[in-house]
Design a protein around this ligand. Structure first.
Ligand code: JF5
Length: 252
């Protein structure tokens, strides 16, 4: 997967060189290219923002700079093999659709992602309109809060997507076991996890997990996931399809 990130703080993405995502880069599974938005400015101050039309606090990012930067990155990034290839453009913003594991799985199938993290009050909306017709433009939110810029959101999205790529995670099946991965445990929160020693400061590991009864262990884990989900995120249970709920109810 090819990932282009255009930002006024490209150094923000240094953490992508470590951890899982770092290994994927070494393996070539993930090809991340960083671009400094100010490289496309033409004034001595390298201005990327201006006051908002209609008044109000803060500044808005100018459309011209973004337009030149996106055009250049799309032009540069086109694989020789497929000159018609276009990236999926992802714009982190509090006013976007929620970024979920389902969206991460969808992004993990893309050959090319282009991230355009905004600063200030956001990017002039005409940029999304201009590219919305040519590229798929997704405005996504990683949560209901406002950050100073979209860079932290890009780190979150790249990590959530990167760990789904083949070969990035050591133990592939743990992706299937994710809280929000499709399947039996879909939309349930992870239950408690334990490892050695069997007793730590007087706290014992639940007996069932030491029993070796895989069927009972799977059931215990599912019940714990149900209990934790109904306790912390009851609204997620509403998402469960009826037979998943029936399956649980039949047992308790
Ligand atoms: O704050 C965020 O992005 C930066 C941003 C973009 C546009 C206007 C203000 C701030 C964000 C919060 N959840 N997901 C993204």
């Amino acid at each position: 997967m090819r990932v282009d990130i255009i930002s006024i703080f490209p150094e923000y993405f240094a953490p992508l060189d470590v951890s899982l995502v770092g290994k994927a880069r070494e393996r070539g599974t993930l090809d991340i290219r960083l671009h400094q938005l100010r490289d496309w400015t033409r004034d001595v101050h390298k201005t990327v923002d201006d006051t908002p039309y209609g008044g109000g606090p803060g500044m808005v990012m100018k459309p011209e700079i973004w337009g030149e930067a996106i055009d250049a990155v799309v032009e540069q990034g086109r694989p020789e093999a497929d000159p018609a290839a276009l990236p999926r453009m992802i714009v982190p913003t509090p006013s976007g659709r929620p970024f979920t594991q389902e969206v991460a799985l969808d992004y993990a199938k893309e050959p090319w992602l282009l991230f355009t993290p905004a600063r200030y009050e956001g990017i002039d909306s005409r940029v999304m309109a201009e590219y919305g017709s040519r590229l798929r433009v997704d405005e996504v939110s990683i949560g209901d809060y406002v950050l100073a810029g979209g860079e932290a959101a890009v780190l979150v999205i790249v990590e959530a997507v990167g760990r789904l790529l083949p070969g990035v995670l050591g133990n592939a099946c743990s992706v299937a076991d994710d809280s929000f991965a499709p399947g039996a445990m879909a939309n349930l929160l992870e239950g408690p996890v334990y490892t050695k020693p069997p007793v730590w400061r007087g706290h014992e590991v639940p007996e069932i997990l030491l029993s070796g009864h895989h069927g009972k262990i799977a059931r215990w884990r599912r019940d714990e996931a149900f209990r934790r989900t109904s306790d912390k995120r009851p609204e997620l249970l509403a998402r469960l399809d009826s037979d998943a709920l029936d399956a649980h109810d039949r047992r308790v």
